[in-house]
Design a protein around this ligand. Structure first.
Ligand SMILES: N[C@@H](CCC(=O)NCCCC(=O)O)C(=O)O
Length: 260
């Protein structure tokens, strides 16, 4: 029996008990990859002093860029840091951004989620608003701070996709309901970043990379929550798994031939 494809999970740095440094990603990400994508989840220590981009590309068949409280540092899109930009994870920035660019170039599958969605946009040269609820006409997309997990991940707004884009094709619907747990949002779209879905207040919610040779979808919501049951989440993780299987069996030999 052949091994399942490996999906590298790009998570965040944490301090356990405010003291013990750790790299971690939510269990719901690993469960979505294992149970819905049918791939092996592998949590990546997102620190450039510990991992090399080429090794990650060689080890994994695809990547999931997860959500996270720390924001992409504004320096990465040419803006000054302000208080509104909040906290950062510079190690993750320095692994995720070049890794996304390499995957897009090679056609290696990626799925960006929330912070991961924002990273994909920044990696492609786009920029972010530090706090979208301060913009005229925008809703508050943040999670209820004191809610239970169920309340935090409750479906809270619609996302409308373009009629002929990849998200409508994948979901079999042009409008879906999603959760929402973010403060930042896309300001300018990066090069080749196509905004394929928006919330009713105009906030970009679903993107793909034009002419990417492989699977390169990202969403501002959290499809990893109840991924096996949710009709909007499930197709995304199934598609990631299918793309990783195709990469493992087809694409890698071609790349090896190319580099031989
Ligand atoms: N920090 C960014 C991205 C938000 C995000 O990924 N939220 C997930 C939170 C899950 C958790 O760690 O509790 C923003 O605020 O837009």
């Amino acid at each position: 029996m052949s091994a399942r494809p490996v999906i590298g999970i790009i998570g965040n740095s944490y301090l356990i008990n405010d003291e013990y440094p750790a790299h971690a990603a939510g269990l719901m990400n690993s469960a979505a990859v294992a149970e819905v994508s049918c791939c092996t989840p592998l949590i990546v220590p997102s620190d450039p002093s510990l991992v090399q981009i080429n090794d990650l590309l060689a080890t994994c068949d695809g990547f999931l860029f997860t959500g996270g409280r720390p924001n992409v540092h504004p320096e990465e899109y040419g803006e000054e840091e302000t208080e509104a930009h909040g906290t950062f994870d510079r190690g993750r920035d320095r692994v995720a951004l070049p890794l996304i660019r390499a995957c897009v170039d090679r056609g290696q599958p990626i799925l960006g989620v929330c912070r991961g969605f924002q990273e994909v946009n920044v990696a492609m040269g786009g920029s972010l608003y530090p706090e979208i609820r301060d913009l005229p006409g925008r809703m508050n997309h943040r999670m209820p701070p004191d809610g239970t997990l169920e309340e935090k991940f409750a479906l809270r707004h619609t996302v409308t996709f373009s009629a002929d884009g990849p998200f409508t094709a994948l979901m079999g619907a042009q409008e879906v309901m999603t959760n929402t747990l973010h403060g930042q949002g896309i300001k300018t779209a990066g090069s080749r970043v196509v905004i394929d879905g928006t919330a009713s207040d105009g906030t970009p919610e679903a993107i793909y990379i034009k002419d990417a040779p492989g699977f390169a979808l990202s969403v501002q919501w959290h499809p990893e929550y109840r991924a096996a049951d949710d009709p909007v989440s499930k197709p995304l993780f199934e598609a990631l798994g299918n793309a990783a299987r195709a990469w493992k069996t087809d694409a890698r030999p071609n790349l090896q031939l190319k580099s031989a």
